[in-house]
Design a protein around this ligand. Structure first.
Ligand code: DC
Length: 231
């Protein structure tokens, strides 16, 4: 049984680097308060997956701009994944290669601009949205913003555990190195880089379990009267 009721149209932004636990925490929080969860990383991953399928050069901004413009109206972006042309792309976009491609695609300003209206439209009726620039750019008026962090090693360990279930040969040090490079690209890019919004609450999840992070978030939402217990 759900224990919390959210106010109408509640928007909660959860930003943070790869492996900080945003996805897990966002899903659990959404379940607790009865709101849809929207993972914006899926959008960048999807554009990267299609670009790779079609041999588009990930450094070619004009091609990426045209591709994302053409795709955006046909993306079926749901709580549980991403679909296009009747195909389920959810599993495909979660791989390492697409993740690395997504961080290149996400550095392209035109791609970000093309994906922005879709994100705002979907958030309008209330949601828990996770990404890198949700509190700072996509939903600057969100009633609650969280910035989730964790040490690089702990984040690499989490990603490694995920990848290992698909590929037992995955090497932790290699995952750590790639994560470090992605962090750098996401934080140093010119357009909408990863950064904590001034009014976001930072939570370091290095030594916290996902349910402990969710409890802290619920505490903030309750204190701000954005949720109330269901009787
Ligand atoms: O969260 P993720 O690993 O699924 O994100 C994939 C890439 O997309 C990552 O390199 C950062 C980028 N991204 C972004 O720039 N802005 C977002 N709102 C979400 C993801």
């Amino acid at each position: 049984m759900r224990e919390w009721q959210a106010i109408d149209g509640l928007q909660v932004a959860i930003d943070g680097p790869s492996g900080s636990g945003k996805g897990t925490v966002a899903s659990r929080l959404a379940e607790e308060v009865g709101l849809p969860v929207l993972d914006t990383g899926l959008l960048y991953r999807f554009v990267a997956a299609v670009a790779l399928e079609r041999d588009v050069d990930l450094e070619d901004e004009a091609q990426l701009a045209a591709l994302s413009r053409d795709l955006v109206d046909q993306i079926d972006w749901r709580d549980d994944g991403i679909f296009f042309g009747g195909r389920d792309y959810t599993d495909r976009v979660r791989g390492e290669a697409v993740g690395a491609g997504a961080s290149r695609v996400a550095a392209c300003e035109a791609v970000r601009e093309n994906l922005l209206p879709l994100q705002r439209r979907r958030a309008a009726s209330g949601c828990i949205m996770d990404g890198r620039d949700i509190g700072s750019v996509v939903l600057p008026d969100a009633q609650a913003k969280f910035f989730l962090t964790a040490s690089l090693r702990e984040r690499a360990r989490r990603r490694w555990a995920q990848y290992k279930s698909r590929n037992p040969d995955t090497d932790l040090e290699q995952v750590l190195l790639e994560l470090k490079m992605r962090d750098q690209r996401d934080a140093e890019r010119q357009h909408a880089p990863l950064r904590q919004a001034a009014d976001a609450i930072a939570i370091d999840s290095t030594t916290l379990r996902a349910d402990e992070v969710v409890d802290r978030m619920l505490g903030v939402l309750e204190r701000r009267k954005l949720i109330q217990p269901v009787d």
